[in-house]
Design a protein around this ligand. Sequence first.
Ligand SMILES: Cc1cc2nc3c(=O)[nH]c(=O)nc-3n(C[C@H](O)[C@H](O)[C@H](O)COP(=O)(O)OP(=O)(O)OC[C@H]3O[C@@H](n4cnc5c(N)ncnc54)[C@H](O)[C@@H]3O)c2cc1C
Length: 409
Amino acid sequence: MEHDADILIVGGGLNGPALGLALAQGGLRVAVIDARPAPQRAEAGFDGRAYALAIASKRLLAAIGVWGALDGKVQPILKIKASDGRPGQGPAPFFLTFDAGELEEGPMGYMVEDRHLYAAFLEAMRSAPGLELISGETVVAQDGAPQGVTVTLASGRVLRGRVLVGCDGRASGVAERAGIKRQGWGYGQTALVTAVRHERNHEGTAHQYFMPSGPLAILPLPGGHHSSIVWSEADAAAAAIQALDDAGYLEALRPRFGDFLGEISLAGARFTYPLNLTLAEAFVRPGLALVGDAAHGVHPIAGQGLNLGFRDVGALAEVLILAARRGEEIGALDVLQRYERWRRFDSTALALGMDSVNRLFSNDNPILRAGRDLGLGIVNALPGLRRGFMRQAAGLQGELPKLLAGQAI
Ligand SMILES: Cc1cc2nc3c(=O)[nH]c(=O)nc-3n(C[C@H](O)[C@H](O)[C@H](O)COP(=O)(O)OP(=O)(O)OC[C@H]3O[C@@H](n4cnc5c(N)ncnc54)[C@H](O)[C@@H]3O)c2cc1C
């Protein structure tokens, strides 16, 4: 079978472009197919959607030629404060502070807006030799043949490749068509996402308040006076808040947010995301691999979803590029299982870890509340333990793929 590309990537959200760029840099020919027309997303105005990227993710973006385009558009996270809270009462006396000064590698991470990150990916994809971006086209069918894989687009075009990668998000059609089942559960929570403008400078500090109804994250954006809000509430409460007009929404947010940044006003669009945990039962099949949210969708409580996806990207790129260099058949199951062995345990452990943290904190049980406050206080008092948490959050623990360790493949 003649191949249009070595790797067919379904999904050009964020993990798809990152993987496409890494593979093309390693000499493989790649097609990235996305249902959404690319310019639509790249040209979006400020809407407040942003990601907390760990240091290891920054290294990946630098290695694949994307970080340079984000110069001046990212906000370093210099401090993280985590505390128990109740609306109107402010944070509990025990809180946990992580300070970038304690990490040799610099800031704990960076906040970057979705529109800037995607635009940087798009620019890099357009000039990457060996990478074809097919946007505004939906994949409707796929087939695994002994000599390779095919995907059929809604337009009727058929593409042939050696490996098919599903980067098509939580409701992955690639996984479904391959008969890969998913496990998981809903949290009964919805994340309200927006941005606020505030009077005082945030000084690069990210806040995480653990409210009985769900966590509230206040994440610093560039310029000092805007923050991105990820505010989890029980489904019904979130629907009621989302239905309010802007003034009512702000009234509901204010007692949760507190007054430490002075007067606040709404500055972004208002989004909602139903929260669930979803794990694919397998990450690979012969000729096929799943990456990012298609493999594992986690609770956004620690802002780790995309960071986990970038770890998959680094691992799969390394496995495929090294296998191709050795002359191995890159779609063979034993090659792809190297990726699965590398990534499955880490992502499952993190997904379940975020699940436990959410369960422990999203309630008002006085015994649990006292216990977790004490826990936060103890971790805060022990610099060694605190640094361990910080290295974990910065994505520096575990067996890092080369691209995330700042090395070439
Ligand atoms: C409220 C919230 C806050 C978050 N905050 C953070 C954070 O601070 N830090 C962090 O690391 N992560 C965060 N995350 C997680 C992060 O958003 C996701 O992990 C990440 O967006 C997943 O990227 P992806 O490329 O795997 O999938 P997606 O972004 O879902 O992209 C999937 C792509 O596949 C395409 N597609 C689907 N089906 C087809 C088809 N049949 N044919 C063609 N194309 C198709 C879609 O058009 C889409 O572009 C957050 C998530 C939520 C919900």
